[in-house]
Write a protein of this length. Structure first.
Length: 377
């Protein structure tokens, strides 16, 4: 029987999806593959071992264990970053599989994203994810399949360049100037060379073809349910389904047959959020052991904020996700992370306030998989 484990963030992101994915991959690494089913190159999932702490953006969080990563048609890829991260991780022999229709982000997408974000302040990462999705919705495409063909690649880039030049005509001069400034050092040959050079890391395939090779499919989610395009709070949302929606669709379409589904819902023991989007009105928290926090205030996402956990938001996220898999009745688990940062936090008290019954409860008291404990069966 094929086993599918879904890693879903119940909040606004940054809860520990990388840690959890790495933990699940460690159970049976030779038979596992990580599946990216939402988001793309804008993620930052941190995994720590005794010798290395690395934030994954272009490779799945099982890579340090030799587990390959599959990118579905719902995701984005940025070749220059793949090349850089792949070369950094070469000791671990990183391996990627791409669906041929996985979407490619360009420097034009990034420049337009940053120019617009300077005006809107919605909390974007500034890495072109949302603008790539919007461009594809406008039927101006660049796919993983195109990366194999240099002439095709150059024609696609010309179309994308024209697409943004047309969009900019209706924008204020300040945005036009910011866009041009972002591209002033752009080298198209560098981008196209990166597209060709990453061939050493990937192959094109479908999820259906991988089911004869792997037994455990670990669906590594992106961001959090409270940023979901359907269930988040406009305009502070992502251009992606961050619930289990895409993962369930992929399982039904490509894995079929007998599938055992476990969903691992992730939350810190406190609430976090980047930028100026809404947070529920809970009390401040006093944290410890958070000197090495990977999520910090930055230019595009804005301030990294923390507050006490809100059970109402967790119940909302759980109910929103249940909509997408209620016919499958998966086993549900919860992973509560950063317990070492909030001494005195009572997971038992939290569970009493949640409307969902979990098969197991895990807690993390540190950044490594060895710091994860099973708190309750």
């Amino acid at each position: 029987m094929t086993k599918c484990s879904l890693v879903i963030d119940l909040g606004f992101g940054d809860a520990g999806k990388g840690l959890t994915t790495d933990f699940l991959a460690s159970q049976n690494p030779k038979e596992s593959v990580v599946v990216r089913f939402s988001g793309g190159h804008q993620i930052g999932h941190t995994v720590s071992t005794d010798t290395l702490t690395h934030t994954f953006s272009n490779f799945g969080s099982g890579t340090l264990l030799g587990v390959p990563t599959y990118y579905s048609e719902h995701t984005t890829l940025f070749p220059p970053a793949i090349l850089d991260e792949g070369d950094f991780l070469k000791t671990y022999k990183p391996k990627l599989y791409f669906h041929p229709l996985a979407m490619i982000t360009t420097f034009y997408d990034i420049a337009y994203n940053r120019a617009i974000e300077k005006q809107q302040n919605h909390g974007s990462c500034g890495l072109g994810f949302g603008t790539t999705i919007a461009r594809n919705k406008a039927e101006v495409y660049l796919y993983a399949n195109d990366l194999q063909f240099q002439w095709i690649l150059k024609q696609r880039l010309e179309s994308i360049k024209l697409y943004y030049e047309t969009k900019l005509e209706s924008q204020p001069k300040s945005i036009q100037d910011y866009y041009k400034n972002e591209l002033k050092d752009y080298n198209e040959d560098y981008f196209t060379d990166s597209c060709l050079d990453i061939k050493k890391y990937y192959s094109l395939t479908s999820l259906s073809e991988l089911k004869t090779t792997f037994e455990h499919f670990i669906f590594e989610g992106s961001q959090g349910i409270l940023l979901d395009t359907q269930h988040g709070f406009h305009p502070h949302t992502t251009w992606s389904y961050t619930t289990s929606k895409n993962a369930i669709q992929l399982i039904k379409t490509h894995l079929k047959a007998e599938v055992e589904i476990d969903i691992y819902y992730i939350t810190r023991c406190y609430q976090t959020r980047h930028g100026n989007g809404p947070m529920s009105n809970t009390k401040p928290v006093s944290l410890q052991n958070n000197e090495n926090e990977a999520n910090v205030t930055n230019e595009f996402q804005g301030e990294f904020r923390t507050q006490a956990l809100d059970p109402e938001l967790l119940n909302y996220a759980l109910s929103s996700d249940a909509i997408h898999h209620q016919d499958l009745k998966p086993q549900k688990h919860v992973m509560i992370t950063c317990l070492d940062q909030l001494p005195g936090f009572s997971y038992e008290n939290l569970l009493q306030k949640l409307d969902t019954t979990f098969k197991s409860v895990h807690g993390s008291y540190g950044p490594r998989r060895e710091c994860i404990e099973k708190l309750q069966n």
